[in-house]
Ligand binder design. Structure first.
Ligand code: SER
Length: 872
């Protein structure tokens, strides 16, 4: 390899840095400035507000942005250039330089910095963009410049936002890559003319109604795929041959080798998909059936199908995660932090899909045989819904097999079934942050103080800034300084009071939010207030102390979970409130009561040890070196706050190893002793591989105990004892008695209904048929009854069929004795006849089948009908 991908990144940043571009880190894959977008799909996304001049001050910027696009996912692996996850090198101008500089610098970089062979380069421009055409024609012969339509040369972000004509630099890979059509050229979509760099001249704001409104300023947005550049710079034949992919593929080959003619396609797709999954999951996007999580699930499942086509039936993708991390960690250190978690999640996703993949593939094979060309939409939906095949994957497989289905019908079925889950899907609430940006950032001193004097800078009412507000209004207040903690990092916002300098309460703060580093106090006014006046802000200390107890306890719990369950048990979310806290973490099964009590014991032990809680301010790198745990979905600034419990750290050096050390911006006790006591209230599942613990601390535990003992003494009073052991014994006895009584009632009921039953017992061709109809009883009761009967006839060739009808429902149990089974006459054999004739679902074993369904017939099904069916 002539130039490594690392060197290319470095050259790009150095080149544009030397041209006064501010170097930006990659934004996360979930766009931080626009959470309504699914994924970051280009370098320009984090600069959207600068293009629209909503934010100003920045003139030039450059970045290497991690991007995710799945619009061409079905091509990934099949072509030399398509990817879902890629890195985009970009330089940007916001009302500063324009076409001339952008074109000249791009050319200079391509030809003189990474030294691409200029004779292989072609240019496309938008058909009406004479300005760009002119500039290029002074650089290379016009025979190499193509004017193309807006389809390829007018760049838009979607259906709205900054956009403009664009010019692309293409690299001719040579005839052997071409489609061989006589008119193959830069206008052709085939592999030969590879788009390397896209220069967008962003000068319009596309409105939702399709209108192009000129932007106040002219901008530049360029994007060049690192993987493609690395490929052409090194004369390679595909992006998958670059150093970004080769080590992943080598790793994969350690586990699987194959002579399959499609091996390259599969392994290329897998190496792309594992990069996408690793990056997305390390940002906290867990595979799921909704939104971003579904995209990730889709990507993983597509990779798994290829693994399966290589006849490998065990989880494997997770084994590639360390390789992805090894290749990328120097540029994106965050993936190192989450390596283990990512592996665990991918492995469990693999296990889950592998369970159903076989059956799904079998079903597809059957479909291929059964339907010549068109498959019914509901059958395709079954593949999607029951077997978890992503729709795009189904499309791809069916296309391979020359099959199709009615997509409209499929989407209708899908919509109907989604309605239920949609009801519980809360969309991302988008706050219009602009109004808060009008104020300076709030100074927060609430880590050390509970009250402070502060100047009221702004009042916001119904998304408008006002200077005065009257009594009995609910408003948002922004001060220059505050002791109120604004809801963030899972910790709820403070409440409290706002008082005049002579201590008269003027407002009650009900909640506090943190928006773009501005603390927003949501307050109910007891009297009129005006901006620019001074007030005393007083946090509700009792509430805050409970929050602090709960927050410090989450850190102790986090550590205790890892000790008892393993390192994988990391936090995936939390809510720290004053009355309780909840803590979500990764684990695949319910905790046993033993594990729960061990965890409680450890946390309480750490509380009793009265460990000091130390706060350290340092940078991200040093924090990581100290071993600080970072949260999954969190994005950290360069300067971080670290909470270390029970150790000693001086000048970023560990003097005594702490018990727990985490990055955290929340408020904490200064000593674990302040927590008082800790009690787990519940442990439940909140999603695949995510468990939730709800717990309480301090005074909440004493209320809890108080309540518990009240209830216990009431129970004791009812049972006539105060001795706990005796209470337990008496309750056990009551339960047993209750069970006995239940059984007796059931038997009485059974006897009563049996009086209305009908039965038939008949021998035909050496088989003894015993059929009984008992109206109005449950399947469970039929089973019990059948046990008794079969025991009686065990030694004889008996077929026992018991059934019950309740309104339009039928339940049925079929039993066969060993003598019949030996002759091959199993319960299943008879069940098939019944299923077919009565259209009901039955399942079971050789000696026992049960099931039920609806009766379509108007008349009740008689024992003779059943006998007829069985003897047909
Ligand atoms: N926004 C353009 C693209 O994505 C250039 O960065 O191609």
């Amino acid at each position: 390899m002539k130039i490594t991908s690392t060197e290319i990144r470095k050259k790009f940043i150095e080149y544009f840095g030397s041209l006064n571009h501010i170097v930006f880190n990659s934004d996360s894959l979930i766009p931080s400035s626009d959470p309504t977008l699914l994924f970051t799909s280009a370098g320009m996304v984090q600069f959207k507000d600068y293009f629209l001049a909503k934010k100003t001050g920045l003139k030039r910027a450059c970045s290497i942005q991690k991007c995710l696009r799945t619009s061409d996912i079905e091509k990934v692996g099949h072509t030399i250039r398509h990817l879902t996850f890629f890195e985009m090198l970009g330089n940007f101008s916001f009302g500063d330089y324009f076409k001339k500089e952008a074109i000249h610098w791009a050319w200079e970089f391509i030809c003189n910095v990474v030294n691409l062979d200029r004779t292989r380069l072609y240019i496309t421009v938008y058909k009406d963009d004479d300005e760009a055409y002119e500039i290029w024609s002074k650089i290379l012969p016009t025979s190499k410049i193509y004017k193309l339509s807006e389809e390829t040369n007018f760049w838009k972000m979607g259906d709205s936002g900054p956009c403009g004509p664009c010019s692309e630099i293409l690299y001719d890979l040579g005839d052997e890559f071409g489609c061989k059509k006589p008119d193959c050229g830069p206008q052709c979509g085939c592999d030969r003319f590879l788009e390397v760099w896209n220069l967008v001249f962003t000068q319009f704001d596309l409105q939702k109604d399709g209108k192009l409104v000129p932007l106040k300023q002219k901008n530049i947005d360029t994007g060049m795929g690192l993987e493609r550049l690395c490929m052409v710079v090194n004369n390679l034949k595909s992006v998958f041959e670059t150093d970004l992919f080769m080590p992943i593929k080598e790793e994969f080959k350690k586990y699987i080798s194959s002579n399959s003619e499609n091996f390259d396609i599969y392994i290329n797709a897998i190496s792309d998909h594992i990069r996408a999954a690793t990056f997305a999951i390390s940002e906290g996007i867990l595979p799921s059936n909704e939104s971003r999580g579904y995209v990730i699930r889709k990507i993983i499942r597509r990779a798994l199908r290829y693994v399966k086509l290589l006849n490998y039936n065990k989880p494997i993708l997770y084994k590639l995660v360390p390789k992805v991390v090894e290749i990328m960690r120097s540029v994106y250190p965050e993936i190192e932090l989450h390596r283990e978690k990512v592996s665990v999640i991918i492995k469990s996703e693999e296990e889950k899909f592998l369970e159903t993949l076989d059956e799904g593939i079998k079903l597809i094979d059957e479909l291929t045989k059964k339907y010549k060309d068109i498959i019914p939409a509901d059958v395709v939906f079954k593949l999607y819904d029951t077997y978890g095949f992503p729709k795009e994957l189904i499309d791809e497989i069916l296309k391979e097999k020359n099959l199709s289905y009615n997509e409209k019908e499929f989407l209708e079925i899908q919509k109907k079934s989604k309605d239920i889950s949609k009801a519980s899907w809360k969309g991302v609430k988008v706050v219009n942050k602009d109004i808060y940006l009008l104020f300076p950032q709030t100074k927060f001193i609430g880590y050390e103080e509970f009250s402070t004097k502060a100047k009221l800078l702004g009042i916001i009412k119904d998304t408008k800034v006002i200077n005065k507000a009257s009594k009995n209004e609910e408003v948002e207040l922004i001060f220059d300084i505050t002791t109120f903690y604004g809801e963030s990092g899972g910790q709820i916002g403070d409440s409290g009071t706002i008082e005049t300098l002579d201590n008269k309460i003027v407002a009650e703060v009900k909640d506090t939010k943190k928006i773009e580093n501005r603390t927003v106090h949501i307050a109910y006014l007891y009297q009129e207030i005006e901006t620019n006046s001074d007030f005393i802000l007083k946090v509700n200390i009792q509430k805050r102390k409970n929050i602090m107890r709960h927050h410090t306890a989450t850190h102790l719990l986090h550590k205790a979970l890892k000790e008892i369950l393993g390192e994988h048990a990391t936090q995936s979310g939390s809510l720290v409130a004053d009355n309780y806290f909840r803590f979500d973490f990764i684990h695949w099964k319910a905790l046993s009561s033993d594990e729960i009590s061990q965890i409680e014991k450890i946390v309480n032990q750490k509380i009793l040890e009265c460990l000091p809680v130390e706060v350290i301010h340092t940078d991200l790198e040093k924090a990581k070196k100290l071993g600080a745990t970072a949260l999954f979905e969190e994005k950290y600034q360069q300067q971080v706050r670290v909470i270390a419990i029970g150790g000693k750290i001086e000048n970023d050096r560990i003097i005594k190893p702490p018990y727990s050390i985490e990055l955290c911006g929340g408020t904490h006790c200064s000593n674990t002793g302040e927590i008082g006591i800790f009690k787990i209230l519940s442990e439940t599942s909140v999603g695949t591989n995510i468990r939730r613990i709800e717990a309480i601390c301090g005074e909440k535990v004493s209320y809890y105990i108080d309540n518990l003992s009240k209830i216990l003494s009431e129970i004791g009073y009812m049972l006539g004892t105060t001795n706990l052991e005796e209470i337990k014994f008496k309750i056990e006895k009551l339960i047993q008695e209750n069970k006995k009584l239940q059984k007796e009632i059931e038997n009485i009921k059974l006897n009563l209904t049996s009086q209305h039953s009908q039965e038939i017992s008949q021998e035909l061709n050496g088989i003894k048929f015993y059929i009984k109809h008992i109206p109005d009883i449950e399947l469970r009761q039929l089973r019990t009854l059948s046990d008794e009967i079969i025991r009686k006839y065990e030694k004889e060739p008996y077929l026992v069929v018991l059934y019950s009808t309740q309104k339009e429902k039928i339940s049925i149990v079929i039993r066969t004795t060993p003598t019949l089974i030996q002759q091959g006459l199993t319960s299943q054999k008879f069940a098939e006849k019944i299923s077919k004739n009565l259209n009901i679902r039955l399942a079971g074993r050789d000696d026992f089948v049960q099931g039920g369904g609806s009766i379509i017939e108007e008349k009740p099904i008689s024992i003779h009908t059943i006998l007829n069916i069985l003897t047909q």
